[in-house]
Design a binder for this molecule. Structure first.
Ligand SMILES: *Cc1c(COP(=O)(O)O)cnc(C)c1O
Length: 469
């Protein structure tokens, strides 16, 4: 593809992108309505021998791919958590993409590293984190917790895990709540520590980890000669948005010399607003903290802000230095390859820079506040609607509800049937979870272009669908 053809097609794509994002997506079904195999059947079995024109590729994108897309940027996407993009973030990704840089070392793009350091500092300021933190951008919260589990393992084994393996090491225990994200269990398994070393600490009526239960589990383990190695707390759980009490948990972690990681993958972005920071009270006692600007802050997936108190522990856990990676600058600069799992890493700081500058602190704050306000209004509406139960009140902008029934089982069945009907309808997209053994539907307001009208129209549609046999 030469320069002229590239330009012509790029302009055509930008026109399409703007129409899609600002207008057309609104009239598409939110969750893709295709059946399994629909897309696969339309792709030839073998790669083409002859070169094709770009117009043919773009036509096929529209005809074959688009119907198979679930539209995460649809203003009536209320499923999972958002994975917001924003126009300035997309523009940053265009630039990142054409430079195709690999930000593994300072030398492989000084601007990528230094902007990343600056953006991590900006985020500290935005969320009132102390200057004691150092930051790195990881691809996902799963990677951040994995890095922290590895650091905790190495600290607990005095760095022998890395040297001689885990065979001769004492047994370690990793504590998290039953509401924690599955990435914690996955990380412990990947770190070679085994699922059996995970303790799921019981939660209270608000789904927050019970400090007293944690203490008794630690005591039990100590009696058996098992060493408490790590505590992972959550601010904003995936199921219902609950938050663990960091302050007492931090005290327990400190007094047991445990590594303390806090996962705020979704809720963390909202800490730009001072009024929500009570959820983070006690964060300064943590060793590491991660949240995803790619969830709620309008920064394209992927972008996870991972903060650590002691960068040396993380680097000592992950560092490698073969001859071909040695550079002139040595220890005078940050080489982010030592801060994560992969060697090669994308430049993710540019989109963060563009987003924060384009909206400003106040622009971001007003988005979070609006989402939370709309979720609160919706909760009131659900509470007033016959035949429905508001199961959990909004935690920030996430609530859960269910269909009532003559029995709990009947309510479960009606709720599951309603969810299927709603998602097949295409007007909106919602996902489920289980709360205290009962099926519920999650409703999370977080897409950047979502308006109050979108949310209220969605509720009316849900009620309407529930009325059909
Ligand atoms: C979404 C989520 C994760 C996983 O995020 P990834 O970036 O996709 O790995 C982890 N923890 C919580 C609480 C989440 O909501």
């Amino acid at each position: 593809m030469n320069k002229d053809i590239f330009k012509k097609n790029a302009h055509a794509l930008v026109d399409w992108m703007a129409d899609y994002y600002f207008d057309d997506v609104k009239s598409m079904p939110v969750r893709s309505q295709v059946k399994p195999g629909y897309v696969r059947d339309k792709i030839p079995l073998n790669a083409p021998v002859d070169a094709e024109e770009f117009e043919a590729l773009f036509d096929d994108f529209k005809d074959i791919i688009l119907p198979g897309m679930t539209h995460w940027q649809h203003p009536r996407f209320f499923a999972y958590f958002p994975a917001n993009v924003s126009p300035p973030s997309v523009l940053a990704e265009m630039l990142t993409s054409i430079m195709g840089t690999n930000a593994m070392l300072w030398e492989t793009s000084p601007a990528a590293t230094e902007l990343e350091e600056a953006m991590m500092d900006w985020l500290k300021g935005l969320m009132a984190l102390s200057q004691n933190w150092s930051g790195v951008i990881q691809d996902t919260a799963s990677s951040a917790v994995f890095c922290s589990v590895l650091a905790a393992r190495e600290r607990a084994t005095n760095w022998l895990g890395n040297e001689t393996g885990l065979k001769d090491q004492k047994a370690l225990a990793f504590y998290t709540s039953a509401e924690a994200h599955s990435s914690v269990e996955k990380a412990v398994k990947m770190a070679g520590l085994g699922r059996a070393s995970i303790r799921l600490v019981p939660t209270d009526d608000d789904f927050a980890m019970k400090p007293s239960a944690l203490i008794s589990m630690i005591d039990d383990d100590r009696k058996k000669g098992i060493e408490p190695a790590m505590l992972v707390a959550t601010v904003g759980t995936t199921g219902v948005g609950a938050s663990d009490p960091l302050e007492p948990l931090g005290v327990i972690a400190r007094s047991n010399n445990m590594y303390f990681h806090v996962d705020a993958a979704w809720a963390g972005s909202a800490m730009v607003c001072p009024e929500y920071r009570y959820l983070m009270r006690g964060i300064e006692s943590a060793d590491s903290y991660a949240f995803n600007p790619h969830k709620w802050m309008g920064v394209n997936f992927d972008c996870t802000a991972h903060f650590v108190k002691d960068a040396d522990t993380l680097k000592r856990t992950l560092t490698i230095l073969p001859e071909y990676l040695k550079t002139r600058e040595g220890n005078n600069v940050t080489d982010y390859r030592d801060w994560g799992i992969q060697l090669g890493r994308r430049m993710r700081a540019l989109k963060l820079w563009f987003v924060i500058r384009s909206y400003g602190v106040e622009g971001l704050q007003s988005m979070f506040r609006q989402h939370v306000e709309i979720a609160e209004d919706l909760a009131e509406k659900i509470f007033m609607t016959d035949g429905f139960e508001l199961v959990t009140k909004p935690n920030l902008s996430l609530l859960t509800f269910r269909k009532s029934g003559n029995s709990e089982i009947e309510g479960d069945q009606a709720t599951e049937a309603l969810l299927t009907k709603v998602n097949d309808d295409g007007f909106t997209y919602l996902t489920r979870t289980v709360v205290k053994g009962r099926s519920v539907i999650r409703f999370q307001v977080g897409q950047m272009n979502t308006t109050r009208d979108d949310v209220m129209a969605t509720w009316d549609r849900i009620v309407e669908l529930a009325g059909y046999p």
